[in-house]
Design a binder for this molecule. Structure first.
Ligand SMILES: Nc1nc2c(c(=O)[nH]1)N[C@H]1C(S)=C(S)[C@@H](COP(=O)(O)O)O[C@H]1N2
Ligand SMILES: [Mo]
Length: 416
């Protein structure tokens, strides 16, 4: 049965491949320029859309809701055009249920674990008064962003491109606080605990408790923050206190932060072990089953970009040039260049790329595009970072849980 089903899908794909250009062309009412350049298995995106209404506290109804228990909502690409993503548009990825009531004055953060010299607790006021404040613009991107493109599909939230945002975060350096607490020389990892509760309602179960290597914790951009874009952090994004680690999967950036453990081994909290937030240590064939011991923790996130203007599906006159804008980001020092293509990746032209305020912020790119004739086009963008790493055009390394899809973003344009 299963086999037959797969066979049908294959047959259907071939059928689609042969007739797709005509039928999609009819559907969008135009011809598809450069159709002969379509990579195998790539379908035009001009016919896809679907944003749902929303009821998220403090969040815009323009977010796309993937799940409401726990809450998971992403930002459509054209709403990520700002250098700083507004708080009400910033994506939400919850693994459990946010705390019911938060009293900022009673909130505390405790440092403990086998590699602290002495257990120590701070109020938010202590953190604010004892340590120097820093503000950095930092991108948070869920490790599963782009999962919806995996084939065979990966279970979990079917994020398209919007489990990402860049905000200005204000707080103190984690390193300053760790140095004040005093850590032993055998410390290798930190782990976080938050005040959210497990979906089951069982208070003994953690929804998530992840962390980072001590070297990452000690970086200057690694923060404990209370401010987001000059305001309190929204409830759904971790009010009143959270961690921020630039360039790592956002799952490391613990929300509703109440405890930090300093570990003498890799932290083994909820979703650090098994297959969660891990990829095969060595690449595998699509659909492969991988043993837990052959899965490695995701650390640095790959280079990526999004076209944030115009919105996919835009129409333009052949006499006009199309201005495009977008954001690109990396876990290396900075974005070196961004190129665009309007012929399905055959030829590429450079975009203008702005400098960022600090490492781990995203960088704006722009270009002005002239089209050769009327018809359906796709604009693709491809970023290269300061380590020379380039985005792949299609889904890179399939992995069982659907992480790290940094394939080029593309938008549909109709020229008439
Ligand atoms: N306490 C706690 N921290 C958490 C989570 C969570 O469910 N609980 N989700 C993590 C994951 S998987 C991601 S992608 C980011 C999402 O941050 P955001 O909701 O502010 O966008 O928070 C991380 N920190
Ligand atoms: Mo995530």
């Amino acid at each position: 049965m299963e086999n037959n089903k797969n066979k049908n899908i294959v047959i259907r794909r071939d059928f689609l491949k042969s007739s797709i250009m005509t039928s999609i062309g009819l559907l969008i009412g135009t011809n598809i320029v450069f159709a002969s350049n379509f990579p195998k298995g790539l379908l035009p995106i001009g016919v896809l859309d679907g944003t749902l209404p929303s009821g998220l506290i403090g969040k815009s109804d323009k977010l796309t809701i993937l799940n409401d228990r726990p809450v998971n909502a992403e930002t459509p690409a054209h709403l990520l055009n700002d250098d700083l993503t507004p708080n009400n548009l910033f994506f939400v990825r919850n693994n459990g249920l946010p705390p019911n009531k938060v009293d900022v004055n009673k909130w505390s953060l405790t440092f403990e674990g086998e590699s602290v010299k002495n257990k120590k607790t701070f109020s938010i006021e202590d953190l604010k008064s004892k340590f120097k404040h820093y503000t950095y613009n930092i991108v948070l991107e869920c490790g599963g962003n782009g999962r919806s493109e995996f084939n065979p599909p990966a279970k979990g939230n079917q994020w398209s491109t919007g489990a990402v945002g860049c905000a200005s975060w204000t707080g103190v350096r984690l390193a300053d606080v760790l140095n004040d607490v005093g850590i032993k020389s055998d410390a290798v990892y930190i782990g976080y605990y938050g005040e959210d509760t497990h979906l089951s309602g069982d208070p003994k179960k953690e929804p998530i408790s992840r962390g980072v290597p001590i070297s990452k914790a000690m970086e200057e951009e690694s923060l404990i923050v209370w401010g987001m874009n000059g305001e309190d952090i929204p409830m759904l994004n971790g009010y009143p206190l959270r961690l921020i680690f630039g360039g790592y999967p956002a799952s490391c950036s613990g929300k509703w932060l109440s405890n930090i453990v300093v570990r003498n081994k890799v932290h083994d909290g909820q979703k650090m072990i098994g297959q969660a937030y891990r990829i095969p240590c060595k690449s595998v064939a699509p659909g492969a089953k991988v043993k837990d011991e052959d899965m490695c923790i995701i650390e640095r996130m790959p280079v990526k970009s999004l076209i944030t203007y115009p919105k996919t599906g835009a129409t333009i006159s052949l006499n006009d040039k199309l201005p495009i804008q977008g954001q690109a980001w990396t876990s290396s020092d900075h974005i070196e260049s961004v190129d665009y293509s309007i012929d399905f990746g055959v030829t590429w032209y450079p975009c203008k790329v702005e400098l960022s305020k600090n490492k781990f912020a995203w960088q704006r790119f722009s270009a002005s595009i002239a089209f050769p004739e009327m018809g359906y086009y796709e604009v693709w963008a491809r970023a290269t970072d300061s380590e020379g790493k380039i985005q792949p055009i299609i889904l890179p390394g399939w992995n069982p849980k659907g992480y790290l899809n940094n394939a080029c973003h593309r938008i549909a344009i109709k020229v008439q």
